[in-house]
Write a protein that binds this ligand. Structure first.
Ligand code: IMP
Ligand code: MG
Length: 179
């Protein structure tokens, strides 16, 4: 396992990330919406670092399989979200922007609820992986195209607790499988 972002770099980067977000939402009612459980560490940092009134929601998703086993559309429980979103500025907070499909599918669904704006903040963005014409508005760290864990990101339920970000080689992932 190779450390990509150590604890100090991570905390500095998160502070810069929060500053940038804070500067662009002065005097605007903001709702942070964490995308799934992997976002909660970064979400907790933003809650503590943004010095402004906030609403906070956590969004859970479910992807239905289609008949032919292809992945179906991503479904979220919109009823739960609507009061935190309507007429407010929404910032979707996600752990990692890889292919970009997750945020690409979520944005129009959140838009249906009548927010004033919807923007995206991602902790990590992998280079040269995007398959959609969407760029995250705020990025804490750009990383190479490697499989990473730590700070909320997991591999087979492990490593979410690491206070830094590390890359796992394919061999290390295979070893984990055989345990
Ligand atoms: P998307 O490809 O941008 O839609 O990302 C989908 C999800 O895949 C992310 O939110 C992560 O939960 C997961 N993911 C993508 N790359 C990694 C990785 O390197 N490590 C752990 N999870 C990942
Ligand atoms: Mg995620």
């Amino acid at each position: 396992m190779k450390t990509l972002i150590d604890e100090n770099q991570l905390q500095d980067g998160i502070r810069r990330f929060a500053d940038e977000i804070g500067r662009s939402y002065t005097d605007k009612p903001l709702t942070l919406v964490g995308v799934r459980i992997a976002s909660v560490l970064v979400l907790a940092d933003l809650i503590r670092l943004l010095d402004m009134p906030l609403r906070v929601e956590l969004l859970k998703t479910r992807r239905y399989q289609q008949d032919d086993a292809r992945p179906g559309p991503l479904a979220i429980d919109l009823a739960l979200l609507s009061t935190a979103v309507k007429g407010r500025n929404v910032l979707l907070v996600d752990d990692i922007f890889d292919t970009g499909h997750t945020l690409w599918e979520l944005i129009p669904q959140v838009d249906e609820l009548g927010p004033t704006s919807v923007r995206t903040a991602v902790f990590l963005r992998k280079q040269d992986r995007s398959e959609v014409s969407l760029k995250p508005d705020f990025v804490a760290f750009n990383i190479p195209n490697e499989f990473v864990v730590g700070y909320g990101l997991h591999y087979r339920d492990q490593y979410r607790n690491l206070p830094y970000v590390a890359a796992l080689t394919p061999e290390e992932r295979a070893e984990e499988l055989n345990r």
